[in-house]
Design a protein around this ligand. Structure first.
Ligand code: SAM
Length: 379
């Protein structure tokens, strides 16, 4: 079983766990009773995690700062892996991968082709949801790193076959002559029938790979294709290759992932604005002259105190509803508030163009299969 598909309750020695330090820092670690997970907030011995339920908060009291620091230990999922994996390339993020899998109708019976593998972000999401994933990578070091990672995560023993291949030149067919792919040693067969019904191409030139798909796609069902390209010129060439090779229902989509946050915003009146303008004008007029005057009126000791401790010469500006000044807590009952929605800008999404198409090779209706399927549906 893989770390990504086997659900466990309790953290154990040897597990791959994802340690959530903050929303932007999630670290993969292999649990080892002798190891310590160090952060700038403090050190967390793995032995304190072993035996605790996944999702637990592990806290420490840091003697130096006298503060409480904590982390959460989480079980790996493809979504968390995407946020924590070592980047070797640009990757596909969850807002895109989830949409693509839904559009390609991925399900536990799907047989998927992916090229290139890159950092394996999308491969993990496919591996969890589909029957079989054939993934191809032509960069030798990246191929080896992805293969080692898939092995470590148990994906190679389950449903993933990775091949070192330039798919634009050599296509997708896998035979026993391929030494970098499926291990045929324990089988009689000499090739794999890929019969893919979903294809995802994240390549600089997908139009060069599209003509090779004909030989490896399923012929008895609708096959979905998605190409992921950052430039509109690439989309143009991809669409041309799709239609020249018999792909139909071509559609281009761009995902603009956004997270919306509900907040309260202070209601400001015209009087507030006028008051603020008057205040600015008054302060300008007083300006530097006033500063000298105040300093001159002070005793040497008071002056030294002001300079050494950077003390303000005048009272702090009263609350300024337009920014600087005294701070008011959101929702303070002394002010009027309205409910607003704010967009969070940091959400990670690659925002490439997604070009979808589909193909049905054998358009003859198999009456017997239809009848059998209908019977199964209505039983
Ligand atoms: N989708 C991947 C992920 O989510 O981690 C990232 C893919 S990365 C952007 C593109 C990868 O395609 C690179 O690793 C590159 O080496 C590989 N590649 C480019 N051209 C290729 C080709 N003709 N055959 C196989 N792999 C190729």
């Amino acid at each position: 079983m893989s770390d990504f598909t086997e659900y466990k309750d309790v953290i154990q020695e040897g597990d791959l766990a994802l340690i959530w330090v903050s929303r932007t820092m999630i670290k993969p670690v292999t649990i080892d009773a002798k190891a310590v997970f160090s952060t700038r907030y403090g050190s967390f011995p793995h032995k304190d995690m072993i035996g605790k339920p996944y999702g637990s908060q592990i806290g420490i009291y840091t003697r130096g700062s006298g503060k409480f620091a904590f982390i959460h230990v989480l079980q790996p999922t493809p979504e968390l892996w995407t946020l924590s994996l070592p980047h070797r390339t640009q990757i596909v993020y969850t807002p895109d991968s989830s949409y693509i899998m839904q559009r390609l109708n991925c399900n536990p019976q799907s047989r998927v082709i992916e090229a290139g593998t890159g950092s394996g972000s999308f491969s993990h999401a496919f591996a969890r949801s589909v029957k079989q994933l054939y993934t191809f990578e032509f960069h030798e070091v990246r191929y080896q790193q992805a293969k080692d990672e898939f092995k470590q995560h148990g994906l190679l023993d389950e449903n993933v076959i990775i091949t070192h291949r330039d798919v634009c030149k050599e296509g997708f067919h896998i035979t026993s002559e391929d030494t970098t792919s499926h291990d045929f040693s324990s089988q009689n067969k000499k090739e794999i029938t890929l019969d893919a019904d979903a294809i995802f191409l994240d390549l600089p030139a997908p139009w060069e790979a599209i003509p090779h798909l004909e030989k490896v796609i399923a012929t008895d069902k609708k096959v979905g294709l998605c190409c992921f390209s950052p430039c509109i010129e690439q989309v143009d060439k991809t669409i041309e290759a799709m239609s020249n090779n018999g792909w139909t229902n071509i559609q281009m989509v761009e995902i603009q992932g956004k997270r919306y946050e509900s907040r309260r915003q202070m209601v400001r009146s015209l009087d507030d604005a006028l008051g603020r303008l008057r205040d600015i004008k008054k302060r300008k007029l007083e300006g530097v002259k006033r500063r000298y005057q105040v300093m001159n009126e002070m005793t040497p000791a008071e002056r030294e105190d002001v300079e050494r401790n950077h003390k303000p010469l005048t009272d702090k500006a009263k609350f300024n509803p337009f920014g600087k000044g005294g701070r008011v807590k959101e929702g303070d009952e002394n002010f009027t508030w309205k409910e607003v929605t704010k967009v969070e800008t940091e959400i990670k999404s690659h925002t490439s163009y997604l070009t979808f198409a589909s193909k049905i090779v054998n358009k003859v209706k198999d009456e017997k299969l239809v009848e059998e399927t209908m019977q199964k549906v209505y039983v």
